[in-house]
Design a binder for this molecule. Structure first.
Ligand SMILES: [Zn+2]
Length: 120
């Protein structure tokens, strides 16, 4: 298993705790990193397209290194919510084992952001 080069590139823009966590999870679960650090243009685009509720500078994806990471299960099927739940449970459990405190976007109020995990 493990991560693709594209996933690794994105993960490399993230805080070392998130890197450690997602690398450990990827040993056991097929997954891909779809977003790490998000620059100003990308953040504003995501905001206006409704993919993010955060304006530039208010998202943990805008910190350098990024304090947020978006991870999806493979094979990717956005309608397969149980596959996101399963991966998310695994990530939360592994974070607990490693002593890394994170919050899952599933638990946000309003729009549930299943692929999103951020440092507290
Ligand atoms: Zn996110």
């Amino acid at each position: 298993m493990g991560l693709s080069n594209r996933s690794i590139q994105k993960l490399n823009t993230c805080h070392s705790d998130l890197k450690k966590l997602i690398e450990a999870v990827a040993e056991e679960e097929k997954c891909a990193v779809i977003c790490g650090f998000r620059g100003r243009y990308e953040q504003e685009k995501a905001y206006y397209e409704g993919r993010s509720k955060a304006k530039w500078g208010t998202s943990k994806h805008n910190l350098k290194p990024s304090h947020a990471v978006d991870v999806v299960p493979l094979p990717l099927d956005w309608n397969n919510i149980p596959s996101f739940e399963k991966l998310g449970e695994k990530i939360m459990q592994k974070a607990d084992e490693l002593g890394i405190k994170i919050k899952w976007g599933r638990d946000f109020h309003g729009l549930k952001d299943y692929p999103h995990f951020e440092l507290i």
